[in-house]
Write a protein that binds this ligand. Structure first.
Ligand code: ACO
Ligand SMILES: O=CC(=O)O
Ligand code: MG
Length: 527
């Protein structure tokens, strides 16, 4: 096949890959790369500059020069078809079985995840695009090794909203002018190219969730990508809709500005609590006690700094006519263990009840068996209304000091918490390196965001010389390595199965230089 000039595909071409990697689709990727990749890299450099300023004693605050945006009277575009009622959204990776199960789950929306829940292995990147296209065509089927056959229901399916990779990730198998492309642009462009028209014919549209942004300038970049992409494909401006995850500390101070940048394409904000917690740790990782969190599993959504963040998110969205979408309770139900199941359902009910009461218009679940409980809770609050955007939460007034008040978080730093972080981190990386980016560990959903909390918390405790509240031991490299060995010895199978993950975990959790994202070195270990 003749590729567009300057484009190379260096990943293997498995069965049907030519249906996705067509010359016009690759030309579209190349056009976006040439127009926008330099800006992407400049924005990543701006992130690094902010980290340096914070390490030197700076802080986060609402931006003085964008006050006119926060004070201004503007609204985002009205909700697009398929995105009006979002009371239950299921998330998950895009392998064929999960795709069918998610679309059939009864959720209103499926977040098709190419980010936190996905290892961006070449087979997942292109295989995911094939599954998405087949799903939109309603031809997707799957036969499990045990012979079970999966097909899409005839009636209503969940609206597909694709989450491309964050701006920090590259795609090493598609090169343009000899350079790696952006993972975000590849995921976005291939889905838009192959599925936008089909989605419009079905009465929906090309919809996206945008992850891990750290400023409104990053949102402006996405908006410019959307304008250019719509023009290239002859789609009316405003066809694309994007829901932005507010999941970095810096973005919490720029919610209005992010919605404003994307306003003709904006579909709402989501409270991405796990990456947010990771970002809180990461942003002030060298600043000692004021930003030390207790054990990961002790930090709940009622911690004052988390509450300030979700309250501000609902208020900001509703003032601008946008949906506010809740986050992920990590408890995973079990079809085999009634006790585990009961606990998960109760915890998820409690979480969704708080969100619905706070004004969220819908929320996320990680598993099909959680769809009914989320729906029931939101039905009780919404009734026949598709959302509660008219609940403007004028009562909410969140200050920068409240967003930054990490110190008031109740909980202890314990050896059990450290053990858990080490064990979960290594088990997760074992799974990631094998190509599975979401996994249940100790009955909790673990993905790239939750694993980041584990490893960054170990890094933070170690580099701030934390003494554990229970044993009094100071966290140091020797202690982390000992716990790693003890925890690996408890796992079934050979500890050698986890050797690569153990080494990678120590690299990102212990080394002096803090690696920005664990997926960066992990991706380099992928073929
Ligand atoms: C921080 C964040 O970004 S949160 C969003 C990103 N994270 C995610 O999306 C995680 C999504 N969830 C998952 O991946 C899974 O639920 C896991 C890995 C946590 C657990 O999966 P499993 O161990 O397979 O759970 P379990 O065995 O109970 O699954 C039962 C069935 O439900 C299906 N299922 C489970 N979760 C999902 C899902 N999210 N989407 C679609 N189907 C699902 C399984 O495929 C299985 O199907 P089958 O009965 O046809 O074989
Ligand atoms: O993407 C969601 C999160 O919680 O992180
Ligand atoms: Mg996230």
């Amino acid at each position: 096949m003749q590729l567009p000039e300057g484009v190379e595909v260096v990943g293997p071409r498995h069965d049907r890959y030519e249906e996705i990697l067509t010359p016009p689709a690759l030309a579209f990727v190349a056009e976006l790369h040439r127009a926008f990749d330099a800006r992407r890299r400049d924005l990543l450099a701006a992130r690094a500059a902010r980290v340096a300023a914070l390490a030197a004693g700076g802080s986060l605050d609402f931006l003085p020069h964008t006050r006119h945006v926060r004070d201004g009277d503007w609204r985002v575009a009205p909700p697009a078809p398929g995105l009006v009622d979002r009371r239950v959204e299921i998330t998950g990776p895009t392998d064929a079985k999960m795709t069918v199960n998610a679309l059939n789950s009864g959720a209103k929306v499926w977040l098709a995840d190419l980010e936190d829940a996905n290892t961006p292995r070449w087979e997942n990147v292109i295989g995911g695009q094939l599954n998405l296209r087949d799903a939109v065509d309603r031809t997707l089927t799957h036969t499990a090794p045990d012979g079970r056959r999966y097909t899409l229901h005839d009636g209503d399916l969940a609206t597909i909203v694709v989450r491309p990779r964050g701006w920090h990730l590259t795609e090493k198998h598609i090169l343009v002018d000899g350079e790696r492309t952006s993972g975000s642009l590849v995921d976005f462009a291939l889905y838009l190219f192959h599925c936008a028209r089909r989605q419009l014919d079905l009465g929906h549209g090309p919809y996206f969730y945008l992850p891990k942004m750290e400023s409104h300038l990053e949102a402006r970049l996405w908006n410019d990508v959307f304008l250019s992409a719509q023009d290239h494909l002859g789609l009316p401006r405003g066809t694309i809709r994007a829901t932005v995850l507010i999941e970095t500390y810096a973005a919490a101070f720029e919610m209005d500005e992010i919605l404003y940048e994307l306003r003709d394409h904006a579909a709402g904000l989501n409270a991405g609590r796990w990456d947010y917690m990771f970002s809180v740790i990461k942003t002030f990782r060298t600043r000692g006690r004021d930003f030390l969190l207790p054990d990961r599993n002790a930090v709940t959504m009622t911690a004052p700094f988390m509450r300030a963040y979700t309250e501000l998110l609902v208020r900001t969205c509703h003032r601008r006519g946008a949906h506010a979408i809740g986050g992920m309770a990590a408890f995973i139900p079990s079809r085999r263990d009634p006790q585990v199941n009961e606990t998960a359902l109760a915890k998820v009910r409690e979480d969704k009840t708080r969100e619905a009461g706070d004004g969220f218009d819908g929320s996320w679940v990680a598993h099909p068996d959680l769809v009914p409980v989320c729906r029931e809770v939101f039905d009780a609050v919404l009734g026949d209304r598709p959302h509660q955007i008219d609940r403007t939460r004028e009562d909410v007034h969140v200050t920068a000091a409240q967003l930054l008040d990490v110190r008031a978080t109740p909980g202890r730093r314990t050896e059990a918490g450290l053990r858990n972080a080490v064990s979960v981190g290594i088990q997760y990386l074992t799974s990631w390196l094998r190509g599975t980016g979401a996994v249940a560990i100790f009955h909790l959903m673990e993905d790239a965001a939750t694993a980041e909390i584990s490893r960054s918390q170990v890094w933070q405790w170690l580099h701030n010389g934390v003494a554990l509240d229970d044993t009094g031991a100071t966290v140091d490299r020797a202690l982390v390595e000992r716990l790693a060995d003890e925890e690996l010895a408890k796992l079934p199978g050979d500890p050698a199965d986890h050797a690569a993950a153990r080494a990678l975990f120590l690299e990102v959790a212990v080394a002096d230089d803090f690696v920005d994202f664990l997926t960066l070195p992990a991706y380099e270990r992928m073929p």
